[in-house]
Design a binder for this molecule. Structure first.
Ligand code: XBP
Ligand code: MG
Length: 262
């Protein structure tokens, strides 16, 4: 039985991991922004699933313009148009979140509370815009909750978004911690590629758009973090008997990852 390694920090992804934000949050906000800017564009659920291959809202809009050649208004530079749509989209997303349209996924609140009680550092590494993160934390965990996170790495704070590891390096640097003492929680292949490239042991809780992705390299793949009354299902790897992903299980995963890397 490996001895528990010191778990110093849990680094959370946001979209798909803290909450199911994509289908009825970001996608809706993009479509509202298209309407506001007089664009005859619509991203349905299937199209949006394809577009999620590209992380970052501005990058996703530019990819859509390039790939789908939608009608463009006047002689607007695509990068300028993408920036304007994105600003409007962020305002819509924040409003949706403030109205309570998005809730946390099972087990997220429980794990955050347990980690805080155990003095384990919390951090965030996401490609989404900082305003979206703080709005989501405030609306689901309370006004002061952004302050619970020792580092929040978001959006354009780094040059290259996931699957590049930059946002994880940024957060590790802010925390002053080694990857081997942290666990990343992700929901997507792009997120996993980023965390693994930063050498972070990673637990995946699949989300509605990502459940069929390739999660090779993850320490554990589960349906969600689980709650006592609604245990999670392990899709790869082993959960504990209670079917809950808690600090003890994350510590065990870290010990296993350490032993594997010698
Ligand atoms: C999430 C994303 C984000 C959001 C939109 O990826 O790709 O781009 O869809 O956010 P991850 P912005 O969960 O891997 O961080 O529009 O604010 O960029
Ligand atoms: Mg995600």
């Amino acid at each position: 039985m490996p001895s528990p390694a010191a778990l110093h920090a849990i680094i959370f992804d946001v979209d798909g991991t803290l909450a199911e934000t994509e289908r009825d949050g970001h996608r809706r906000a993009f479509n509202q922004a298209f309407g506001d800017l007089g664009l005859d564009w619509h991203w349905d659920e299937d199209l949006y699933g394809e577009l999620l291959a590209v992380t970052g809202g501005k990058e996703r809009i530019l990819h859509f313009i390039e790939r789908h050649s939608p009608p463009l208004p006047g002689a607007r530079e695509p990068t300028v148009l993408a920036r304007d749509i994105h600003a409007c989209k962020t305002a819509h997303f924040v409003k949706l979140v403030e109205e309570g349209a998005i809730s946390l996924r099972p087990g997220v609140k429980r794990l955050i509370a347990q980690a805080r009680a155990r003095n384990i550092t919390l951090a965030i590494a996401t490609t989404t815009t900082l305003d979206n993160v703080t709005a989501l934390l405030r609306s689901t965990l309370g006004e002061d909750s952004p302050g619970w996170f020792a580092a929040i790495g978001a959006g354009d704070m780094v040059r290259a978004k996931k699957p590049a590891p930059d946002i994880y390096f940024y957060v590790l640097d802010k925390l002053g911690l080694l990857a081997g003492n942290c666990i990343a929680l992700e929901d997507s292949r792009n997120g996993l590629r980023a965390s693994l490239a930063a050498e972070l042991p990673t637990v995946i809780t699949v989300s509605s758009y990502t459940r069929d992705e390739d999660f090779s390299g993850a320490a554990l793949v589960a349906s969600d973090l689980g709650e006592p009354a609604a245990p999670a299902q392990a899709l790869r790897g082993k959960l504990n008997e209670s079917g809950i992903i808690d600090v003890a299980l994350l510590e065990r995963i870290l010990s296993g990852a350490r032993q594997a890397t010698g």
